[in-house]
Design a binder for this molecule. Sequence first.
Ligand code: FE2
Length: 448
Amino acid sequence: MTTRDARGEPVSAATSSSLAAYEAALLQFNSYMNDPVATIDAALAEQPDFVMGHVLKAETMISAWERSVTGPVRETRDRLVALKDKANARERGHIAAIDAWADGDWAGYKRRLDIVSAEHPRDLLALQAGHLSDFYHGDRDNLRGRVARILPAWTADTPGYSYVVGMLAFGLEENGDYGRAEETGRHALALDPFDGWAQHAVAHVMEMQARQAEGIAFMESAADRWSRPGNAFAFHNWWHTALYNMDQGNTDRALAIYDTGVRPAPSQLQLEMVDAVAFLWRMHLRGLEVGDRWADLADTYARTGEEGFYAFNDMHAMMAYAATGRTTDADRLLTEVERRATAHGTNGDMTRAVGMAVVGAIHAFGRGDYARATDLLLPVRTRTYPFGGSHAQRDIIQRTLVEAADRAGRTALATALLQERTFLKPACPFSWGWLTRIRSGDAVRKVA
Ligand SMILES: [Fe+2]
């Protein structure tokens, strides 16, 4: 008789204890709680041929999307390839996906998981691993579509249903369907008030609609749930909360959140580094004092060997070097990114499409060449999706362009860009204030 997981998907070579460990680790992955790899490793120590255990381990590690995991992912890929004869068709689909990612074909990983989901719509691991890969590709259509395609196979009592609803909420938000996104996200939170991803989807709606004051209340009032001990996604929800505060002019509160929530301790995880930089760079653009907070980020980027792995991360590394005046590090990174732009694989594509221009622009901005920064960003400003991140994250590129244009003396351009910004987000006090200052000829960096 075929063994099945809690959602009815077939699982090969599983014992009752390894399957229980798989469900426990999957729940941790779904809820971003604690360490799914440690949980599944314990099961794999007892049952080394448990295929879905290795699959979950690999796809959890991949979700960090950084060079440091490629070695362990390749080791797990090799174990899976050796177990292929024991694997069923669904598991072989996962193995093919992991094999693609391990060789730098991230687009292939995403595509193969899409096929697994089509054939096994209740495969919650395939759905979430695919959802996260959509995010890293900036594939907003698929952030919504991937979830929509499997939805008919789910009912409210299918184990993990609330997480599916939370993912759908984020997909709706990234497609600008804010009303349905908020409704869906709040429904997911009603099903599971601790779901940090659903909380995050609603936070994005509020960010995109410039509902900062409401956003602060929404996040702070539920912080004991989404940032409970062991939640590995809390730093990012704190980042959103810090951004609301910054744009509201609550700079002290924003910095306090940075210190206690966004970067409470030194970390070299790229996802956490990116958020820390993205906060500080927004402050930097406005000429706001951040003390010595940049130093540990620039140091960490320079020593962790992640340069040239993922263009989106490279942009943030360059911001750390530019803000700290580390010209040697900045020049080295630029050379590395130029080299990667000639490489095969998905990151090569991303670097050619977006990374080269934005990393080059930040490099120029750091040297005070604001005209070059402007000229590099203008052609790509409306097509930066392909190197990943959310609209809220990529907004840093728009802000950098406005500031570069202003500093380059291209006031008409800076004004025009801000007029677009206030048109799209009429409720945003920050954008109106910026526009007023530029129109009056008062440099943003002097008065922010
Ligand atoms: Fe976010």
